[in-house]
Every structure is written in structure tokens, then in C-alpha cells.
Ligand binder design. Structure first.
Ligand SMILES: Cc1ncc(COP(=O)(O)O)c(C=O)c1O
Length: 475
């Protein structure tokens, strides 16, 4: 069997007359089901197709190809998104009650891990970019400071690049942590492509992180839910990581998703270099075009550049945050206009920007269409009468750890009445899924105002205990 051909083997198996007295229940009976879903290739872990939780054959080879591609020590193809890799990575690196250093702008999967595993979080607040309000990079000196004040940190977790494309100085941060033998997990869900760009040294695998998690589906040609985890040093044992993965990842992995990981790896192995060079050219041309924009700004494109944002260490040029701060519109209205008037669907809206995501699969025509739309919209905008001021919301005081808060009982009250009380819910805007208020924290006036402001601008604010703007609190 040629192990690089998972897709070929699935297709070939679907064409044999082997009768399936096994899962899945659709029995590959496409004639009966009569729709376009790929039933004929959707199998379970039958003979010859290996076992994702104890890989020895075709799936071990897939993991090895991922490992060689990224230059890790051990890699794991995942089918439950970065979410399961983050949960497994944190579980493999900590024991109940351990202190964990977190960038406050971590994804909610990190907060779920903290609660489920009974960890004690210590937060680093990223700086705020003064021009856009976007959360900046985690500064190495903030990590140093946090370690000075907390001698018993067991793991550090950062997101780089962030949803918005902001990259932290992983090399320096890893060196600071490793001097104290503390492992670093980088949630690189948004950066699986970095290793193939001219920013490859920013990729957390190359920069020395211990555990790196990639959502292949976010920025590479791979189906939704596909991801990869990489162990890059000897600080975390592959056996313990694999064991934790089997806790957080399905025992019935989709072979269609695994074949998509295999095809993504093949694409990168065979066409990666050429495709990423073309992609870089398209981004450069787009950036050049953006120089004519007068009111809105595409972050680090056109007349804007990294040096104008001291809060950013580096920026992923594939992300297009279109900044509306200091214009007479906002991110939500801009995204809506692109959708309704130009049939361009963006990724996310925040109050001061709309986020559009590009990838190696974007076409020249796609970039031209976006630029033409932005140019037209830009001509209709004006400068804001009063320029926005960005002041970061101070972190609320912690009353309980997330795990302790989960055991408390309380009453559901409107947000206004929650000020001064302790929240038993975690509250976030989705996307990006970064909590503003974590269960166990006191609701401050500033946090309540930030949540109200987000909702007033049409952002989706969610609380994990029921419908926002009511939240459950205790005194
Ligand atoms: C920074 C970050 N980390 C992790 C995740 C979870 O990734 P997945 O959806 O692949 O589970 C997301 C999802 O949006 C994310 O933005």
C-alpha cells in the first residue's frame, strides 16, 4: 500500500464489492440515499485503514509526513479541530491545581481546559494598538514579570497569530520560559500556513515552542475540523499527549477528514513553494492598490505598515483587518455592506474593523473584486467627527478559579444588576470566542460597559449559562 494515498485507497475501497457489516449506518448505500454526500468513501477503522488513537500504518505515515513538513519531533493529525489539540496539550502538560500563565486573549477552548482540569490561571493582558483597538502581541517582558511574581507556573499558553493576525515573539518568550524549564503551548490555530511563507521564522514550531496546535482548515486547503498538533521538544512525552488526545478526540474519526489532511499535506509537499510565492505576489499587489484608500485602512497594507503599530511584534500578511476606526462607519456596517452590495462574505466584524481572511487558494479575481469594492466604499466614507480613543478594559478581579466558580450557585440577573457581583458565567463575543468575562470574576462597571458597547454595535455576545444580557451571579 502506498501510504501517501489515503484518498485513493478510500475511493478504491468504495468501488469494491466488499459488503459492510460495520459502521457507519449508511452502509455506503448511495443508491438508497440519493444525495451528493460522499458516503462511498466514509468508512470506519476497518482492516487496512489503521487506528487514529494507536497509529501504526497509513495514519502513522500521515503523522510522519506532517512532522517532516513542519520540522517537529512528533505530529498528530486531528479531526476535532484545534479545540481537541489544545485540551489535550494543556492536559498533558499540567496536573490538577497547577498554575498556568495565559494570554488573556486566548480562545475559549483554553478557558474550558483551565476549568475542566482545575487549573489556576494567571493572565497576561496584551497591549492595545492605539490606532485600531486591536489586541497586540504578548511582550516577552510581560512573561518575565509574570514569572517573577509567580514562581510556580507550570505551563504558558499564548495565541500567535491571533484571529486578527498579530504575531508574538515566540522565540524570545520560549527562551525565557525554558530557562525555568516551563513548557510553552502556542495556539497557532490561525498560523498553519506561516511555515510556507516568508515569515516562516515566526512559525511557533521553528521558534522553539514545545506544543503547537494548527487548525489546518482555517488557513490551508483542508476540510473544516481538520487540525494538527506538534510536539517540538522533549518536555511533553508523545505517549502522554496521545493518551490525552484519546480523552478529548472522537473514537470514530472521519476518514473523509483524514483524507483531506493527507491531500493538504500532498498539496504542500508538491505545490507549496510555487503556490505560496504566487499568493505572496497577490498580497503584494493588493497592498500596493490599497495605497489609494483615504478613509478606511487595511492593516499593514497600502500606506499602513507594521512600524506604525508598536504594539505588534509581527503581523500575518494573509489577514485583512479593514479598519474603520476614525471613519463614520463601523466594522459591522462595513461587513454588511460588503455582503449585501458586493456579495463578498467576510470572516468577522468587530466595533472598529471588519476581518477578511485570505489563503493560498484565493484567486487574483477574488483580490481584484475585493479591492474594487473597498475603493468604492472608501469613497463614500468620511473621517469621524471625534477620533476614537482606545483604552484597554482593566482585567476584573478574580474571586474564584473557573473550576471553583462552576460549583457555586447563583441567580440570573440583567447585566446592569450584575455589577459588583461575581459572574458564574463566561461571556465572550463570537467570533472570535475570546472571553471578556471569565466565570469566577467580579463584574466591573468597565466590563459591563464593554459588553454593552459590543452588543450595541451588533456583535454577537454569548454567555455559556443562557441568553445574554442576563448572567448568573453570586455575591
Ligand atoms: C485562536 C483560536 N484557537 C483555537 C480555535 C479553535 O479551533 P477549531 O475551530 O479548529 O477547533 C479557534 C477557533 O476559532 C481560534 O480562533
Amino acid at each position: 500500500m502506498n501510504h501517501t494515498d489515503l484518498l485513493f485507497h478510500l475511493q478504491a475501497y468504495g468501488e469494491t464489492d466488499t459488503y459492510p457489516f460495520h459502521m457507519p449506518g449508511h452502509k455506503r448505500n448511495t443508491a438508497m440515499l440519493g444525495n451528493a454526500l460522499p458516503y462511498s468513501m466514509d468508512i470506519t477503522e476497518i482492516d487496512g485503514f489503521d487506528d487514529l488513537h494507536a497509529p501504526e500504518g497509513i495514519l502513522k505515515d500521515l503523522n510522519d509526513r506532517l512532522c517532516a513538513l513542519y520540522g517537529a519531533k512528533h505530529s498528530f493529525a486531528l479531526v476535532n479541530g484545534s479545540t481537541c489539540g489544545i485540551l489535550a496539550g494543556i492536559a498533558a502538560a499540567t496536573q490538577q491545581g497547577d498554575k498556568i500563565l495565559l494570554a488573556r486573549n486566548c480562545h475559549k477552548s483554553v478557558y474550558n481546559a483551565v476549568e475542566l482540569l482545575g487549573l489556576v490561571p494567571v493572565y497576561i493582558q496584551p497591549p492595545t494598538d492605539e490606532k485600531t483597538g486591536i489586541a497586540g502581541s504578548i511582550a516577552p517582558k510581560s512573561v518575565e514579570e509574570a514569572l517573577k511574581q509567580n514562581k510556580d507556573i507550570r505551563l504558558c499558553v499564548l495565541t500567535s497569530p491571533t484571529y486578527d493576525g498579530i504575531i508574538s515573539d515566540i522565540r524570545t518568550i520560549a527562551d525565557i520560559l525554558h530557562a525555568k524549564d516551563i513548557p510553552l503551548l502556542v495556539d497557532e490555530a490561525h498560523g498553519a500556513h506561516l511555515a510556507f511563507t516568508n515569515q516562516k521564522m515566526c512559525s511557533a514550531v521553528a521558534a522553539g515552542a514545545d506544543i503547537v496546535i494548527h487548525s489546518l482548515h482555517k488557513t490551508l486547503p483542508a476540510l473544516t475540523q481538520t487540525a494538527a498538533a506538534h510536539l517540538c521538544t522533549d518536555r511533553i512525552s508523545p505517549a502522554s499527549f496521545q493518551r490525552k488526545l484519546s480523552v478529548f478526540e472522537t473514537s470514530s474519526p472521519s476518514y473523509i477528514l483524514l483524507a483531506s489532511v493527507s491531500e493538504c499535506v500532498r498539496f504542500l509537499e508538491e505545490n507549496g513553494q510555487t503556490a505560496f510565492l504566487k499568493y505572496a505576489e497577490r498580497l503584494d499587489d493588493f497592498s500596493e492598490n490599497c495605497k489609494v484608500l483615504e478613509h478606511c485602512t487595511v492593516l499593514c497594507k497600502g500606506k499602513d505598515c507594521l512600524e506604525m503599530h508598536p504594539a505588534f511584534f509581527a503581523f500575518d500578511g494573509g489577514k485583512l483587518p479593514i479598519v474603520t476606526a476614525n471613519t463614520n462607519t463601523d466594522g459591522v456596517s462595513l461587513l454588511q455592506k460588503l455582503r449585501v452590495e458586493y456579495k463578498i462574505e467576510g470572516e468577522m466584524a468587530a466595533v472598529t474593523y471588519a476581518l477578511l481572511m485570505t489563503s493560498v487558494c484565493d484567486t487574483e479575481a477574488g483580490f481584484s473584486r475585493l479591492f474594487a469594492a473597498l475603493r468604492e466604499i472608501d469613497c463614500t466614507l468620511q473621517s469621524a467627527a471625534v477620533p476614537l480613543q482606545f483604552t484597554p478594559v482593566p482585567l476584573p478581579p478574580v474571586v474564584f478559579t473557573p473550576a471553583a466558580a462552576a460549583k457555586q450557585t447563583g441567580a440570573r440577573v440583567p447585566l446592569q444588576n450584575a455589577v459588583g457581583k461575581t459572574s458564574l458565567n463566561t461571556v465572550w463575543c463570537y467570533p472570535p470566542g475570546v472571553p471578556l468575562l471569565v466565570r469566577g470574576e467580579r463584574v466591573t462597571r468597565e466590563i459591563a460597559a464593554a459588553l454593552e458597547n459590543a452588543q450595541a454595535h451588533g456583535l454577537k455576545v454569548l454567555a455559556d449559562g443562557g441568553e445574554f444580557p442576563k448572567i448568573t451571579v453570586c455575591d
